[in-house]
Ligand binder design. Sequence first.
Ligand SMILES: *[C@@H]1O[C@H](CO)[C@@H](O)[C@H](O)[C@H]1NC(C)=O
Length: 322
Amino acid sequence: MDMANKSIVSEFVLLGLSKSWELQMLFFIVFSLFYVATMVGNSLIIITVIADSQLHTPMYFLLSNLSIIDMSLASFATPKMITDYLTGHRTISFSGCITQMFFLHLFTGTEIVLLMAMSFDRYITICKPLHYTSIISPQVCAALVVASWIVGIMHSMSQVIFALTLPFCGPNKIDSFFCDLPVVFQLACVDTYILGLFMISTSGIIALSCFILLFNSYVIVLVTIQHHPSGGSFKAFSTCTAHFSVVLLFFGPCIFTYMWPQNSFLIEKILSVFYTIFTPILNPIIYTLRNQEVKTSMRKLKNKLLNPQKANPLHFLKFTRY
Ligand SMILES: *[C@@H]1O[C@H](CO)[C@@H](O)[C@H](O)[C@H]1NC(C)=O
C-alpha cells in the first residue's frame, strides 16, 4: 500500500454486530421486525394527527414531526445492515460512510431540539397556562420545527467537515454496523488525537447540557402538577412522564457514546443499537399505549375507514388538552 498517499481508503468494511452466523440470523429477524414496526407505528401517529382536527395542537404537531425524524433515524443505516445480512456484502464507500455520519447527526441533533421544544410546550402549558395561547402560537410551533432542522444541519455539518479532514491510510474495518465519528476516528492516521477526542466529546457535552435542561424543566413541571391537584392532573402527569421516559432513553446512550469515545467496542455496539433501533419505536409504543387521546383518535379513524357512512358518536366528545 502506498503510505505516502494519505487518504487512500476508498471503502470501509462494516463488521456488524457479531461474527456468529446464528446471532446474525437472530439480529436479521429481530431488527427487521423492529424496522417494520417503527415505520408502521410512526406512520400511524402521523396519519392520526393529520386526520383528526382534535389533535391539531402544537403538542401533537411536534409529536408527528418527531415521528418523521424517528422514521428517518431508523432508516439511515438499519435497512443496509438488514440487507447486508442477506447478501453478505458488507462494505461501504468512503462517501457512503460520510453520508451515514451526516444523517445520523442531522436526525439526532434535530430530535434533541425537537424534544426540547416539546418540553417547552409542556412547561408553558402547565406552569404558565394563562399565557399559553399568546406564547405557543402555530407560528411559534412552526418556527420551533424549522429551528430544530437548522440546528441539526449545522451540527452535522460540523461533524462531517471534521471527519473529512481526517487522513485514512490503511485500516478500514469498522467494528459496528454504521459509520460514526467515535469508531471511524479510531481508524484515522492522525497526530491530532486530543483534538479528535475533544471534537467528539463536544457532541456529548451538548447532549448532556440539553439533557440537564430537559431534566430540570420536567422536574419543575411535575412538581407544579403535584402542587395543583385538579381533574386533569393525572393525565398531565402521565403525558409528562411519557415524554420524560423518551428523553431518558434517547439521551442516555448518546451521552455515554460521546462523552467517553474510548468505550469498549461491545458497549459501543449496544449503545448504538439503542439509539438507532430502539428509541425510534418508543414514540409509537408510549403514545399509542399510554395516551388516551391518541388511542381514541385512532379508534375514530378506524371506524371512519371501516364504515364511512355511519355517524360516529365519538365525534361529539370533547377533550381537555394537556
Ligand atoms: C410539523 O410541524 C409543523 C409546524 O407546526 C406542522 O405544520 C406540520 O403539520 C407538522 N408535520 C406533521 C407531519 O404533522
